[in-house]
Design a protein around this ligand. Structure first.
Ligand code: AMP
Ligand code: MN
Ligand code: MN
Ligand code: MN
Length: 283
């Protein structure tokens, strides 16, 4: 079986390892094909690809785009994208500018409950590319003793209904898919189990995603239960969508699956990589 991981993060977004460290870890752990999928940024791809080549890892250019759909936030992974494609580059720049603005709003909300200077605090955890997200706020709040770990901070402060949450308008689903497809890539609905959508809304999402040219559903991921894996594989088969798998690794100990550790896809699915050239298993 091919050891493949098509979803992970580096310090370009909210991961803890640099692109180089990430690929080195993947290599040690036996990953043969790897996509780096930072949130709304492709600045890590060149470095990751360069290291991957020295480790005999097949590297896939990726990204995870933040999308607003019917008032909810969804994540769309783009695989095998062209990082030189101008509409993608420009679209992501707009999304990142939105993140900068949202960070100021989050800091203002936190100040209302007496948590001051969180913007500077969060930025201290941001990498050189200056992409800021809730995870950076979470790390700062853990440092300040507001909760024991990142997960607890999210629960207490950063998710919908909590004091540090601010609504935000991300990219449109159609735009995200267009940027990915226009650049020659495939669009994948990331971790659908995390959106807690009812049956009808979920079916609407899959219908719309298909109509817009979406290609695959991420079935195996750290945040899915075994039941969800089976369920989303079924959806994929019914909708004639391909399936994908990725750890959503952010750093050692931060996700359920580490790099190179993913279980196999359920039988009868068409992997999103089924027609990619030159994927060779070492075994
Ligand atoms: P953002 O795109 O800035 O809103 O942040 C989303 C990121 O926050 C996700 O990619 C995860 O890395 C992290 N995240 C979201 N929800 C949680 C949670 N409940 N516990 C831990 N991390 C989370
Ligand atoms: Mn993240
Ligand atoms: Mn995600
Ligand atoms: Mn992710």
């Amino acid at each position: 079986m091919l050891n493949i991981d098509l979803h992970c993060h580096s310090t370009i977004s909210d991961g803890l390892l640099t692109p180089t460290q990430l690929v080195e870890r993947a290599a040690i752990r036996g990953v043969e094909t790897l996509a780096l999928t930072d949130h709304d940024d492709i600045a890590g791809l060149a470095e990751a690809r360069q290291i991957a080549e020295t480790k005999n890892i097949t590297f896939i250019n990726g990204v995870e785009i933040s999308v607003s759909w019917r008032g909810r936030t969804l994540h769309i992974v783009g695989l095998d994208i062209d990082p030189q494609y101008t509409p993608l580059i420009e679209g992501l720049a707009v999304v990142r500018a939105g993140r900068t603005q949202r960070a100021e709003n989050i800091a203002a909300e936190l100040a209302k409950i007496g948590i001051h200077d969180s913007l500077a605090g969060a930025y201290a955890y941001v990498g050189e590319q200056r992409l800021i997200g809730r995870t950076h706020f979470a790390r700062f709040l853990v440092e300040q003793g507001y909760a024991k770990d990142v997960k607890s901070v999210f629960k207490k402060y950063l998710i919908k209904g909590k004091p540090g949450y601010t609504p935000h308008e991300w990219a449109a689903l159609s735009d995200a898919i267009d940027w990915i497809r226009g650049s020659g890539g495939r669009a994948v609905i990331a971790h659908p189990g995390r959106y807690h959508l009812g049956k009808n809304v979920l079916n609407d999402l899959f219908d719309e995603f298909c109509a817009l040219g979406g290609a695959a559903i991420e079935v195996v991921t750290s945040s899915h239960t075994p039941e969800q894996v089976i369920d989303f594989a079924k959806h994929a088969r019914n909708m004639d969508l391909m399936v994908s798998c990725g750890s959503d690794f952010h750093g050692p100990g931060e996700s359920y699956y580490d790099l190179g550790q993913l279980p196999e896809l359920p039988l009868g699915c068409k992997p999103v990589w089924h027609d990619w050239k030159n994927l060779t298993s070492i075994e």
